[in-house]
Design a protein. Structure first.
Length: 129
């Protein structure tokens, strides 16, 4: 399991990623990874997650960018000391890669900012041993 953590303006983003052998077919060049994200509002203001931006890099350095509204079909609002957790996945055409990105957040007064998602590793354990 691989992890990362970042805090931007009181918005804590923790990631835990793992290889999903059941959804992977390495002999066909297909690896799948799942990741769990926990977003915690450690600030004193309510904030809403409105969109995401991911940068996914495979072992050969090929970069894929993913942008979209919300996460897992939601745009959660978090009051102070509230959290939101979700699980998602990422297909990759190599056994090792990385992901990082941002969540666009909006304070209750309308001010927007990007909360960082620190880089985390995607790796088939058989490829790194």
């Amino acid at each position: 399991m691989y992890t990362s953590s970042a805090n931007t303006r009181g918005i804590q983003v923790d990631v835990s990623a793992r290889y999903d052998a059941q959804q992977s077919v390495p002999e066909q060049g297909h690896w799948f990874f799942s990741y769990q994200i926990t977003i915690s509002n450690l600030s004193e203001r309510t904030v809403q997650l409105v969109s995401r931006h991911w940068v996914i890099t495979n072992a050969e350095g090929k970069v894929q960018t993913v942008r979209g509204a919300g996460v897992v079909g939601q745009q959660p609002s978090l009051r102070p000391n509230e959290g939101f957790q979700y699980t998602s996945g990422c297909p990759l055409d190599s056994p090792v890669g990385t992901m990082h990105g941002t969540y666009q957040m909006v304070w209750e007064d309308g001010e927007a900012f990007d909360a960082l998602v620190a880089p985390f590793t995607l790796a088939d354990p058989m490829a790194v041993n």
